[in-house]
Design a protein around this ligand. Structure first.
Ligand SMILES: Cc1ncc(COP(=O)(O)O)c(C=O)c1O
Length: 387
């Protein structure tokens, strides 16, 4: 609305940030009625028992502020799950905090530990919130590429990026966008590299329950020396098909968690109560998360079998719910243009991998999300077959 009164000028804290590619592609997908395999969220609903559990909590009057750190039953359920899956005991009282999703968890960690002038190593390609989070602290992101082709971490390059100003490194396994996972050997290398330093590991493990072909998720919690210097971040939204609920958690040794909570309490303070109670009772049945690899592996295989009949070349997917494709047999267009063309002309939305690189990097790779109903995937494949 126009007004004759002036609005004060704001010097942007994040001058480089504009509209994200996810918003752009989703809007384009809607406009062109494209099948949206761009943004990473399921197009199917969660288990009705989870809805009932939240409904029961609301009707039982659990609607007021919970403790700042999260409701005890949920923190205990998270600690029990981590102990059962990765063999590390976190104290539910002092080492687990419930957050408003993983995104809030990550910015809160960064604000809690990064000082102006500090450096944080990020491995490109990476989730788009890391860099602005670091910038807001007055620190700087030091970008180290994962190896093109395999997306494996290059420990020589990571070692070269370490400096006396390195405060933290952010790792992400299973990985968005490449859909690869770190092995136990990678974790060992990281442990050795950081031994004797004060570098903190921020382990983004939001896809922890999406690891395929019988492999195990290599959480930093499995590696006692690494766990001692790490924040682990996970997301109930990803695990239980409720990305819109924005509930996640952080696990870390008590001294790190104490600093985290100082920022958390003045950031969101608390996370909504009935969702926390509902999630706690749903988690009591471990099959709800243990069944996830088989659930998504079947979708991965369905999608990949379809892609094999197209001119797109599917890259290896060992974790997460993403599938990258090399489209160089189809088009010479740069990635962003190709994804726009694919959306408007073929009717399937995808995300260019270059969007996950600082300053862009062109490899003729696009990322699809297969967390979709079988009929959505089948419709997308029928359209991609025309390429
Ligand atoms: C690697 C990664 N980290 C964090 C998040 C954010 O999770 P949440 O929705 O719980 O904030 C996402 C979501 O796409 C992600 O891909």
């Amino acid at each position: 609305m126009s007004s004759s009164f002036p609005t004060p000028r704001v010097v942007s804290r994040l001058p480089k940030v504009g509209t994200t590619i996810f918003t752009v592609m989703s809007a384009l997908a809607q406009q062109h009625r494209a099948v949206n395999l761009g943004q990473g969220f399921p197009d199917f609903d969660c288990d009705p028992r989870l809805l009932d559990a939240v409904d029961n909590a609301m009707r039982a009057g659990l609607n007021q502020y919970p403790p700042m750190t999260g409701v005890p039953v949920l923190r205990e359920a998270v600690a029990a799950k981590i102990a059962a899956m990765y063999g590390h005991s976190y104290d539910a009282g002092s080492e687990i905090t419930i957050t408003a999703g993983a995104t809030q968890a990550i910015i809160t960690i960064v604000l809690a530990i990064v000082h102006p002038g500090d450096e944080v190593i990020v491995l490109d390609p990476c989730y788009d919130s890391y860099e602005p989070n670091i910038e807001l602290t007055g620190g700087s992101a030091v970008h180290v590429p994962l190896t093109p082709g395999t997306f494996e971490p290059d420990f020589g390059l990571i070692q070269a990026a370490l400096s006396p100003r390195t405060r933290a490194i952010i790792i992400n396994t299973p990985h968005n966008p490449s859909a690869t996972v770190w092995s136990a050997a990678h974790m060992q290398r990281l442990t050795e590299l950081l031994r004797g330093t004060d570098v903190i590991v921020i382990a983004d493990e939001v896809y922890e329950h999406m690891v395929y072909d019988g492999a195990l998720h290599q959480s930093v919690a499995r590696f006692p020396e690494l766990a001692q210097r790490s924040f682990i971040v996970s997301s109930f939204g990803k695990t239980y098909h409720v990305t819109g609920w924005k509930v996640g958690y952080v696990a870390a040794p008590a001294p790190l968690m104490a600093e985290f909570r100082k920022v958390h309490q003045f950031n969101v303070f608390t996370v909504n109560t009935p969702m926390q109670h509902g999630l706690a009772s749903f988690m009591a049945d471990a099959s709800n998360h243990l069944s996830l690899p088989a659930f998504y592996q079947r979708k991965r295989d369905l999608f990949r079998a379809g892609l094999a009949t197209t001119r797109l070349r599917p890259l290896v997917t060992t974790g997460s719910y993403f599938q990258c494709v090399d489209y160089s047999a189809v088009s010479d267009l740069p990635e962003a243009e190709f994804c726009q063309w694919l959306t408007t002309e073929i009717g399937v939305a995808a995300i260019p991998l270059s969007a996950f690189y600082q300053g862009g990097f062109e490899q003729r790779i696009a990322r699809f999300c297969f967390a979709k109903k079988d009929e959505t995937l089948t419709l997308a494949l029928a359209r991609l077959a025309k390429l």
